[in-house]
Design a protein around this ligand. Structure first.
Ligand SMILES: Cc1cc2nc3c(=O)[nH]c(=O)nc-3n(C[C@H](O)[C@H](O)[C@H](O)COP(=O)(O)OP(=O)(O)OC[C@H]3O[C@@H](n4cnc5c(N)ncnc54)[C@H](O)[C@@H]3O)c2cc1C
Ligand code: SF4
Ligand code: SF4
Length: 384
């Protein structure tokens, strides 16, 4: 006979959902973990280590560690490529699960970022069985269609990175060497060095542009995304550590300089990286796929132009693109910025964890999941 003390559905398998699931099982609570995509880990499982001669506290390895713990925990039942179609509250929650609409391109095979992902490979339609890597699963064979019953729900559906196409003056998508912070993460992971997408060469001059999509009145996004100053500086530091010739500039409004370790790191990196207090207005292409940034000089308001080999947009944290749907299915109100309102959730047995409720980094997300689990256990009567 099972000795579990209840069942909780955790929706979203990023670091928030993984932490919540894991912490719940520490109390012997059974978890149904529902993840829309084909892999666990969310956005941060793909992040690269930013250590120089010492750890830079980026938190990326804690996601890998948590993922390994979760996949080896028998009390957690994982539903990949699955979404919640309907939730009905009685004494418990009756949940209808359905396959999510996530697809893999016909004939293509995609690979998870972590070796702990199972399956590690997912194949699109029209892939010949003989050509598939060992353990690969076809996309149509993934996903749960089921009715389950749970005692409480943790919604950890995360965020969407800002779509830089919306800021049309930068020309994202038109210039090969204009990339986002997420794309630079991929490049650093796959190549160790920062390389230009256009020719694979190591760029001499690199610019980071901060606050892309955040703190922008014209877009109506007034919030600070909290993480992009730190991630840009850590990436700049990692690049400089591997290539001391790299000439890096960070264009910014002001620096979100919080946390215990971060002010020390900020002081140190000022000697390696140039900080320019202005946000470029637009970007033009040059020969050899170089780019010109036009910005206003802070002191006198006159335009200035500067050329770079690679430009990185520090895109911010936006509400999950499906937030309206999630808010309806789980009956959670939205806050003024459009994230799930974690204060509004909870009393009914539905709780929110992580960036679904607003911007935060990995460490704060882990802490927020811990608090959510505490509230969930109180609701279940596991603790007083
Ligand atoms: C470019 C960039 C770099 C960053 N670098 C750092 C860094 O170096 N250090 C740091 O501390 N933080 C960093 N962050 C922030 C970090 O990404 C977040 O703190 C972290 O990913 C939040 O985890 P989460 O679980 O809340 O959300 P997510 O990582 O977004 O995970 C949410 C999960 O829920 C799933 N999901 C979504 N909708 C549904 C649904 N309807 N049903 C089921 N599942 C669903 C998603 O597929 C995903 O797996 C960075 C952010 C960006 C944009
Ligand atoms: S916290 Fe980040 S920098 Fe430190 S070891 Fe882990 S991945 Fe590397
Ligand atoms: S963390 Fe930095 S870059 Fe990101 S929105 Fe805040 S101030 Fe701008």
């Amino acid at each position: 006979m099972s000795n579990k003390t209840g069942t909780v559905m955790v929706v979203g398998g990023g670091i928030a959902g993984l932490t919540a699931a894991w912490e719940l099982t520490r109390q012997n609570i059974h978890v149904e973990l529902v993840e829309k995509s084909c892999f666990l880990g969310g956005h941060s499982i793909g992040f690269t280590c930013k250590a120089s001669d010492k750890c830079q506290q980026c938190g990326a390895c804690s996601v890998e560690e948590m993922l390994a713990s979760v996949v080896n925990e028998p009390l957690i039942n994982v539903h990949l490529r699955t979404e919640v179609k309907n939730l009905e509250k009685t004494d418990t929650f009756k949940v209808s699960l359905e396959k999510s609409s996530v697809q893999v391109e016909d004939g293509k095979v995609i690979k998870g970022f972590s070796v702990h992902n199972s399956p590690l490979y997912v194949a699109g339609k029209d892939c010949a069985d003989d050509d598939l890597p060992s353990g690969a699963v076809k996309i149509d064979d993934m996903g749960s269609t089921a009715e389950i019953e749970v005692d409480a729900v943790v919604v950890a559906t995360g965020f969407s990175p800002f779509d830089p196409n919306i800021k049309s003056t930068y020309g994202y998508g038109k210039w090969k060497n204009l990339i986002t912070g997420m794309e630079l993460e991929n490049i650093l992971r796959e190549n160790t060095f920062a390389v230009r997408p256009s020719d694979g060469k190591i760029p001499e001059k690199i610019a980071f542009i901060q606050c892309v999509g955040s703190r922008d009145e014209r877009l109506g996004n007034l919030w600070c995304s909290q993480v992009c100053c730190a991630y840009a500086m850590r990436m700049a530091g990692a690049i400089k550590y591997k290539d001391s010739n790299a000439d890096i500039s960070i264009f910014y409004i002001d620096i979100q300089n919080t946390g215990k370790e971060f002010p020390v790191f900020y002081e140190k990196i000022k000697s390696d990286v140039r900080f320019v207090r202005t946000i470029p207005v637009d970007i033009y292409p040059l020969e050899n796929d170089r780019l010109t940034l036009r910005h206003m000089v802070e002191e006198n308001g006159t335009p200035d132009f500067e050329e770079f080999d690679l430009v990185v947009l520090s895109v911010g944290i936006m509400p999950n693109e499906d937030t309206d749907k999630i808010s309806k299915v789980f009956n959670i109100a939205l806050n003024e910025d459009g994230f799930l309102d974690d204060n509004a959730a909870g009393t009914s047995g539905v709780f929110v964890a992580g960036t679904a409720s607003g911007p935060q980094g990995i460490a704060d997300t882990i802490a927020s999941s811990g608090r959510t689990v505490y509230e969930t256990m109180k609701y279940l009567g596991v603790i007083k």
